[in-house]
Design a binder for this molecule. Structure first.
Ligand code: BES
Ligand code: MN
Ligand code: ZN
Length: 492
């Protein structure tokens, strides 16, 4: 369940909360703003700051005792350098909510001084992200071991307009993040292509969007030989999902958001090593990002046209599976030689990108956990960003930065095309190890024709294999923030 988020004016005397979180930047002092909180702690706050027990460093925390009633505990959270306050309060919110979840206080109030609407939104998104937990597939612990999860958080801010605007955005986008993370965490035997289609149907129904779902038979009619060859090894019906949100001006071109939805990627006949293969349930995080973004856009009621497109299947070996050496034909007529069946994401996306053209989009952004090479290049810190339109690439980089999901550009130069030339077909699906992220995008470019296009390689950023402090092992919610921020900026 997503955290219940509210806002209130910072009236500390009237506050009744088991935990008051106070987020502070580097080298804090007892300013007049903090005087009332110092009173609630019997002077402990002022002493902690004067002794430099707490220095406001990034992620630094210090617990102080409050009263028996009113503010019962205080948690100081450091935000480090004060340069980017939006990022600082977002992170502090997440650190605080995770800590609150562990200690079992159930509710908290969050104070970080004066907040703009963007900062209220960021604090809310941080709190929602930090409180997020996946417990659906675990039996509840014995009652005496149970700690109350954080269910309610109140952001304290003086400016009423900032409070209301920020709260509404945080709730909408937070719901999108939480949906994407939940879908990511669900295993391949539960989160199937059909499950993603049902989730899309549910979103479409709630926000009055139009939905189209193509299965194997419909894709055969569309001659989507590239997508379908990946689905050859599974009995599950592959799904191409299109959700159309049309609250923009009539006739204005939509933005298309495209997601790779491999509910499990075994590698197929070019099978992956057993070690860590379970992580490949996350190979649908691009699709989860599209659904999360559509959920948020529906809630925000943005006045813009958007179409969400998902290509979903499971990459499995079988007697019927596609194999290296096979040649398939995509729906734009291009012949593809299969070199490696583990380079399946680009094959699925190829036909979805061709399909996108029928919506006459103003811009197409796809997100895919596409290459291990991207994890090697940029780690788990930045998303790889490549595209055919420099202005659009910059627009996407800016959106990523604002949302706390940084991206970094890689070149799409014609020189790289050599690496994916085939002896028997128009193109081959793998260029080997050199420039793996770039050659994958070069492959996609062959199908992203007729519109400005940007590709996000989220292989390193959509989920994390180690605890990030703000986020535990598992899905991060990327690229929901980038998608929503991009669409929101265009809707302004
Ligand atoms: N889903 C993987 C990419 C991936 C790897 C995502 C690790 C997250 C973590 C993709 O389908 C894949 O297997 N790519 C291959 C391409 C290669 C065969 C050209 C890869 O990166 O090894
Ligand atoms: Mn693969
Ligand atoms: Zn894959």
């Amino acid at each position: 369940m997503t955290l219940s988020l509210t806002v209130a004016a910072p009236e500390f005397g009237a506050l009744d909360t088991p935990l008051l979180v106070v987020a502070l930047a580097n080298n804090p002092t007892l300013t007049p703003e903090l005087q009332p909180i110092d009173g609630l702690t019997g002077g402990a706050l002022g002493r902690a700051l004067a002794r430099r027990d707490f220095r406001g460093g990034r992620d630094e925390t210090l617990h102080l005792s409050g009263g028996e009633r009113g503010v019962q505990r205080v948690l100081l959270v450091g935000m480090g350098a004060a340069s980017d306050r939006v990022a600082g309060v977002r992170r502090a919110g997440a650190i605080a909510a995770r800590q609150a979840n562990r200690s079992g206080v159930g509710r908290l109030a969050f104070f970080a001084g004066a907040l703009s609407a963007d900062e209220v939104e960021a604090a809310g998104l941080g709190l929602i992200a930090g409180a997020w937990d996946f417990k659906e597939l675990k039996s509840p612990p014995p009652a005496d071991e149970e700690r109350a999860p954080l269910t309610d958080a109140t952001i304290l801010a003086a400016d009423a307009t900032a409070r209301d605007i920020g709260l509404r955005a945080a709730r909408a986008i937070g719901e999108g993040h939480s949906l994407a993370r939940r879908l990511g965490m669900l295993p391949g035997n539960i989160c199937t292509p059909e499950y993603l289609a049902d989730t899309a149907r549910d979103i479409a129904k709630r926000y009055g969007m139009k939905i189209t779902v193509l299965g194997r038979a419909e894709m055969e009619k569309e001659k989507m030989g590239s997508f379908l060859c990946v689905a050859q090894g599974t009995t599950q019906d592959p799904k191409l999902i299109a959700i159309e949100y049309n609250k923009g001006p009539k006739g204005s071109k939509p933005i298309a958001l495209v997601g790779k939805g491999l509910c499990f990627d075994s590698g197929g006949i070019s099978i992956k090593p057993a070690q860590g293969m379970e992580w490949m349930k996350f190979d649908m995080c691009g699709a989860a990002g599209v659904l999360g973004a559509m959920e948020a856009i529906g809630r925000l009621e943005l006045p813009i046209n958007v179409v969400g497109l998902i290509g979903s299947t499971t990459n499995m070996p079988s007697g019927e599976a596609f194999k290296p050496g096979d040649v398939v034909q995509a729906s734009n007529g291009k012949y593809i030689e299969i070199i490696n069946t583990d380079a399946e994401g680009r094959l699925v996306l190829a036909d979805v990108l061709v399909y996108a053209k029928r919506f006459d989009p103003s811009a197409v952004i796809d997100a895919a956990t596409l290459t291990g090479a991207c994890v090697i290049a940029l780690g788990h810190t930045a998303t790889g960003v490549l595209g055919t339109d420099d202005a659009l690439v910059q627009e996407v980089l800016d959106a990523g930065k604002r949302s706390g999901e940084p991206g970094w550009p890689l070149p799409l130069w014609d020189d790289y095309k050599e690496l994916i030339k085939s002896d028997v077909a128009d193109i081959k699906n793998s260029g080997g190890r050199p420039a793996g992220t770039i050659t994958a995008a070069m492959f996609l470019r062959e199908f992203a024709e007729g519109y400005p296009w940007v590709h996000l390689d989220v292989a390193g950023t959509a989920y994390t294999e180690s605890d990030l402090g703000t986020i535990p092992r598992g899905p991060t919610g990327v690229p929901v923030g980038t998608f929503v921020e991009f669409v929101r900026a265009r809707a302004r």
